[in-house]
Design a protein around this ligand. Structure first.
Ligand SMILES: Cc1cc2nc3c(=O)[nH]c(=O)nc-3n(C[C@H](O)[C@H](O)[C@H](O)COP(=O)(O)OP(=O)(O)OC[C@H]3O[C@@H](n4cnc5c(N)ncnc54)[C@H](O)[C@@H]3O)c2cc1C
Length: 399
């Protein structure tokens, strides 16, 4: 029985506790799915998550837009990840892919959300390029104004849902200023003439992933999200919401690894007694449990802070993602160790967790980048600048 005591923490309202129980029940009866054909599995997962209402939480209601509830996003991702990494991926990408529209879209653009929230359309977020992953502000892809349209030229890579998405939110250089201030965001339908999948990418925990090529791909000016030159700010605002949820997914993987390790330690007999009676094994279990709880505290601190109205949670989200992903890797590694040979058998749950966790330490800002972000804030001379900005009066909203 997984530990549920954290749901009593004051970060949550009763609606979160009810939701956590409901998504856990849903996951137990629907997951894991067969990963044999990841494209088909992802399409099917998006359809089912949409049909059963879970995707309603992934983006704002286009008819009554309000803030995304980050604690809800985190609880769903944590739970799905505990049951099936691909299900977490399918849910997460609907949110991240549609994130810029949720936060900055016009009434017309929010029409896409009716489809992403029901699973009728698959979303993707296209920021990274072959020469600019961490160094986003140096992107080369261009969007040149041509009458009432923009013409996109260049490449995007590592694009999750690449190849199966119905639309991409694409960031490209419009040139209002050098660097970060000359980038804009566009909604690009996948069937746009001039857009092609240049390469499908295979990774250690497979999911739909591609390099995209844009050759004189023409979108109307109305496809731009926000204003020209705001693209970098939009991308960072989206990541500010979703970065904590990467920590939540890592937390889900770590919880599953801890549960599996405890079960194994109780059941496996060595030297005439359960493995769990060896004190060094108990040391592993204790370290894993501390890491899981500490990660949960950081993830839900960041989510709560954002939900209480903070305009930015840069430090909190960076700490949550850094700690939860790095420690999850360690927790899972210990679980593999406690399983002995079974831990590295292809298809064993801890073997798949070992592969699933790795990319989370790289995407949406590698761990090293999160450290730079945290250190910059700590080195500020004015500690007030570390504090999340809660709007005019700096006071958290109640409720
Ligand atoms: C599975 C997967 C899914 C992805 N999905 C998407 C997606 O949907 N959309 C999208 O746009 N992108 C996506 N990405 C891209 C991802 O965001 C980039 O891979 C990531 O930002 C790192 O960029 P890079 O691979 O070019 O590595 P580089 O930028 O070359 O960085 C390599 C390494 O250098 C180190 N490093 C970088 N910067 C610093 C620094 N400032 N200080 C110290 N060390 C540093 C880090 O260790 C880093 O891992 C995905 C990547 C993966 C692996």
């Amino acid at each position: 029985m997984p530990d549920r005591s954290y749901l009593d923490w004051p970060f949550f309202a009763d609606r979160h506790r009810l939701l956590a129980d409901a998504i856990d029940r849903w996951s137990a009866s629907h997951l894991p799915v067969d990963h044999g054909d990841v494209d088909a599995a992802c399409r099917d997962l998006v359809a089912r998550l949409g049909r059963d209402g879970w995707l309603l939480h992934s983006a704002v209601d286009p008819d009554a837009p309000g803030p995304l509830d980050v604690r809800t996003l985190c609880l769903i991702r944590e739970t799905l990840a505990r049951h099936d990494g691909l299900a977490d991926f399918a849910f997460a990408m609907q949110g991240l892919g549609a994130g810029a529209i949720s936060l900055f879209g016009t009434v017309e653009q929010r029409g896409w959300l009716r489809r992403t929230r029901t699973g009728a359309a698959i979303a993707a977020f296209a920021l990274s390029e072959p020469k600019s992953g961490s160094d986003v502000a140096n992107m080369e892809m261009t969007a040149s104004k041509d009458g009432d349209a923009y013409v996109l030229d260049g490449e995007k890579t590592w694009i999750s849902n690449g190849g199966i998405a119905d639309f991409y939110v694409v960031f490209a250089r419009t040139g209002e200023a050098p660097g970060a201030k000359g980038i804009s965001a566009f909604i690009v339908p996948a069937d746009l003439s001039g857009l092609s999948v240049a390469e499908r990418l295979d990774v250690i925990a497979p999911h739909p992933l591609a390099r995209l090529r844009f050759e004189r791909a023409r979108v109307p000016a109305s496809a731009m999200i926000g204003e020209a030159g705001q693209g970098f700010r939009i991308a960072m605002a989206v990541l500010d919401v979703f970065r904590s949820t990467v920590g939540a997914a890592a937390l889900g993987f770590a919880r599953r690894a801890l549960d599996e390790a405890v079960k194994r330690a109780r059941e496996r007999r060595l030297f005439g007694a359960p493995l769990a009676e060896l004190q060094m094994v108990q040391g592993h279990i204790a370290d894993m449990a501390v890491d899981v709880d500490a990660a949960a505290l950081l993830v839900y601190r960041a989510a709560w802070t954002k939900d209480k109205g903070a305009a930015r949670v840069t430090r909190e989200a960076a700490m949550a993602k850094l700690f939860a992903t790095e420690r999850a890797q360690e927790v899972i590694d210990r679980a593999v160790q406690l399983h002995g040979g079974d831990g590295v058998r292809r298809g064993h749950i801890v073997e798949s967790l070992y592969r699933e966790i790795r990319a989370l330490r790289i995407y949406e800002g590698a761990s090293d980048v999160q450290k730079v972000v945290i250190a910059r804030q700590m080195l500020e001379h004015d500690p007030e600048k570390w504090r999340p900005v809660f709007g005019k009066d700096h006071a958290p909203k109640t409720g």
